[in-house]
Every structure is written in structure tokens, then in C-alpha cells.
Ligand binder design. Structure first.
Ligand code: LLP
Length: 424
């Protein structure tokens, strides 16, 4: 469910026409709907109402301060994976007591920063990290709460590159090693182990693998408890998928959330544990689009390329994961409009800079505006300046209002990043 729809033949974000945003801010531009963000967060938290559950928004999906603050205002915590993300979460008003620090390789400096900030929980992924955390914290006279991220050897996800739970993926400690590491931790002065975490992949639309992973986590936590350890915080990660094809039932999202919540309730029934969640895509994905303008058509004998002003540096998902993003024209075509297959491509000098191949679209011409849908998660947050293109701006819409929440980068900013050595 999202708030992008046609009104009088023009695609709107809530009550604001995308044609107006394109005219005032320029293209390419990300446009977010505050109402959609809010709705997704509320639907997710409502599914766990009455349970000991905490929601930490996985801000790698979209870390714009306006997005974070919109969610923080509703009470969301933040799942972070770098010092930069912790700093942004704090700057957006997420209290330290609601911040979790995940990630495969945390540096000493990052661990020190997290300890000083007094965050809620550190998710440890290796024995070396356990020892480093304790050493750094003990030197500060601190004893932060931590959980072990375990690798349940159950992977899932929309693409091999976003599957994380298999034993041949780099993530987490082996389940079989958890007991030993808990024993090691019990003798360390600077860490307080309170539970376990798991995250098996992203864009997961079937619950079977999640269920298998959660069962393993449950059994492990019971085993640890029987050994006298405390494993009463279970962080179940993120990963729940969303519809990218708008032909799918719009309400599939919420019903998947309900089924997920029911499955979790069943698995952890009767256990006195606090559950943690780290949804990212589910909150932000359908809350954003990438608005772009058609620059040229390249009509060749075999096919027609639509060259748009957005590129893989602005939205890398199709190039990186063969991801599908629906394409909606800003001027509504109507159901009767004849569609023809187009390859929609960006201006970057590599063939991978392709958003869609043989996509049926209504007749398209230079100057038209089109929207890549479901681009609110892992869109802007993965953007770069490749080809020395300016970082794409971001706009947030709330009702009839909109605000530029990240201005387009300037040429001075782009050029000012480099330094010349003195021999030049
Ligand atoms: N927690 C941990 C430990 C994670 O690694 C991730 C995502 C999440 C939570 C949030 O997962 P979500 O609910 O968003 O599925 N760039 C890729 C997705 C990478 C996901 C990485 N980890 C994409 O564009 O599809």
C-alpha cells in the first residue's frame, strides 16, 4: 500500500503532482511519501502489539535524516551498521537507547564510538570482535549489552547477493560455536551477553526459511539458558519482502506481515524473551520513487532504447541484482493505450546501466517524465557519483506540502572532494 496514484491523469505523491516536483527541483530526483513511511511502520509495529517487541528500522535502506526523523517521531529505533549511521540516527533524534549496531566488521574506532554513545545493543559477528569490544569497553569502565549474530545455515532472499544466512555466507558465528563463545564472554570484563540475533537475507516473500532459522534460534537460546547463560533478547533481523510489481495485490504486504507475526508468535510461544526486528525495505521501499525525464529515443532495427536522465549511479538495483522496478509514466496513459517494448537505459557508459529490458510501456517521447516505482529502499542510500554525476536530490511529500530533504549536490561540492598532490 502506498500513496502514489494518478489524479486528473497525472501521477501524484500524496497530494503533490510529480510534474510540479520535476519542474521545481529538476530530475532525476527521489520522491518520498511521509504517509507511506508512517503507514508501513505502524502496520509492522501493530502486528506485534502486546508482545515484548522492539523495532529498529534498518537505516541502510534509506538514511535520509527526514526519513529517520519521520520514523523516530513514531517511536522507531534504528539498526545501524557503521559509525556514520549511528551519527545520523542520533542526529535525527533516535535516542541511543533505541540503537542497535550490527555489521560484519566493526573497527575499534566504531566500537569505541558506539560504547561512548551508550547504544542499546551491539550485535557481535566474530570472536575477534567479542574480544575487541570487551577490551575497549573495559578500558572505559563500561560493559555494553551485546548479542551474538548466529549463522543458522538457512539462507533466503530475492537474489544470491542479498542472501546472508547460509553457512558459506560471511555473516555471523556458527550455531555450534555459540555455547563456547558464551563461555568465553562470561569471563570477559567488558561485555554483557544478553541474547542472539539472526538475519538470513533480504526481499524474502516466503516464510519457510525464516521459520526454520527462527526455530534454530529458539532452540539455541533454550540450550544456552539450560547452560546457565542469559539469552533473553532475540533479534530476528529484517528481510521481509515487498511487492515490486504493481500488478500484484497491493495489500500483499500487510497480509505477509500478519502471517510473519503469527508464525513468530507460534515459534516463541511461552518463552519469556524480548523480540527485536530490523525491517528496512518493508518500511521504506514502497514509500519512494525515482523520478526521471526521458532524454532521447534510440530507435534501432531490433529495439528502441529510451534514454533517461537517471542512471545506475542513482539507482543501482537493476544493474546489481537484476532487480525489477515498475515504470509508471507521470502522464497517465490509460488502459486502452497501446504498449510497446522498450529498453529503458541511463546515460552511463556501460551496458549494465539498464533499468528495464523489453518493458511494455505506452508510447514514450523525449521530455516525458517517468517514475521508477518502489525505489525508497536501497535507492538513494546506494547512490554514488560514478561518471562524475551529481548525487541525486531527495524530496519528501507530506499531504499537499513538499520539501527538498537533500538538495542536489553542487559542482563545487563534487570538484571540492579531490586534492592535488604538490608535485602537480
Ligand atoms: N538487518 C541486517 C543485519 C541486515 O543486514 C539487513 C539488510 C537488514 C536488517 C534489513 O533488511 P531488509 O528488511 O531491508 O530486507 N541492497 C540490497 C539489500 C541489501 C540488504 C542488506 N541487509 C537491495 O537493494 O536489494
Amino acid at each position: 500500500m502506498h500513496h502514489f496514484h494518478y489524479r486528473s491523469g497525472v501521477l501524484h505523491a500524496e497530494d503533490v503532482s510529480l510534474a510540479r516536483i520535476a519542474a521545481e527541483v529538476g530530475t532525476p530526483v527521489y520522491v518520498y511519501s511521509a504517509a507511506t513511511l508512517e503507514r508501513h511502520y505502524k502496520v509492522f509495529t501493530a502486528a506485534f502489539a502486546g508482545q515484548r517487541a522492539r523495532v529498529f528500522y534498518a537505516m541502510k535502506a534509506n538514511s535520509n535524516l527526514a526519513v529517520l526523523k519521520t520514523l523516530a517521531t513514531l517511536g522507531a529505533g534504528a539498526d545501524t551498521v557503521s559509525e556514520g549511521e549511528i551519527r545520523k540516527a542520533l542526529a535525527a533524534g533516535v535516542p541511543a537507547s533505541k540503537i542497535v549496531f550490527s555489521g560484519v566488521g566493526k573497527s575499534d574506532a566504531e566500537l569505541a564510538f558506539a560504547i561512548d554513545a551508550g547504544i542499546y545493543q551491539i550485535n557481535i559477528e566474530t570472536e575477534g570482535e567479542l574480544l575487541a569490544l570487551s577490551r575497549i569497553a573495559a578500558a572505559k569502565g563500561r560493559r555494553p549489552s551485546a548479542v551474538f549474530r548466529v549463522n543458522p545455515d538457512v539462507g533466503a532472499g530475492g537474489h544470491a547477493k542479498i542472501t546472508t544466512g547460509s553457512s558459506d555466507n560471511k555473516f555471523g558465528i556458527s550455531i555450534g560455536d555459540a555455547g563456547r563463545l558464551y563461555d568465553v564472554a562470561a569471563n570477559l570484563p567488558g561485555v554483557n551477553m544478553v541474547g542472539l540475533a539472526v538475519h538470513i537475507g533480504s526481499q524474502i516473500r516466503e516464510l519457510d526459511e525464516l521459520e526454520a532459522a527462527f526455530q534454530r534460534l529458539r532452540d539455541l537460546s533454550k540450550g544456552l539458558k539450560a547452560q546457565g547463560h542469559s539469552a533473553e533478547r532475540l533479534d530476528l533481523g529484517g528481510g521481509l519482502g515487498i511487492p515490486y510489481e504493481m500488478s500484484e495485490a497491493v495489500d500483499h504486504g500487510p497480509s505477509l506481515i500478519q502471517a510473519y507475526a503469527a508464525m513468530i508468535k507460534r515459534i516463541f510461544a511461552g518463552m519469556d524473551v524480548e523480540l527485536g526486528f530490523e525491517p528496512g525495505r518493508l518500511i521504506a521501499g514502497n514509500a519512494g520513487i525515482l523520478l526521471t525525464r526521458v532524454l532521447h529515443l534510440n530507435q534501432r532495427p531490433q529495439k528502441t532504447f529510451v534514454v533517461v536522465d537517471a542512471a545506475m549511479n542513482d539507482l543501482v538495483r537493476p544493474a546489481m541484482y537484476e532487480a525489477f522496478h515498475d515504470i509508471w509514466p507521470v502522464q497517465e496513459a490509460g488502459h486502452a493505450a497501446v504498449r510497446q517494448p522498450y529498453d529503458v537505459v541511463g546515460p552511463i557508459c556501460e551496458s549494465g546501466d539498464t533499468f528495464a529490458t523489453a518493458r511494455p510501456l505506452p508510447q514514450t517521447k523525449p521530455g516525458d517524465l517517468i517514475a521508477f516505482m518502489t525505489a525508497g529502499a536501497y535507492g538513494s542510500s546506494m547512490s554514488s557519483t560514478y561518471n562524475s554525476r551529481l548525487l541525486v536530490p531527495e524530496v519528501m511529500v507530506k499531504g499537499a506540502e513538499f520539501a527538498v530533504v537533500r538538495p542536489r549536490q553542487t559542482w563545487d561540492e563534487l570538484l571540492g572532494q579531490d586534492r592535488l598532490p604538490k608535485w602537480l
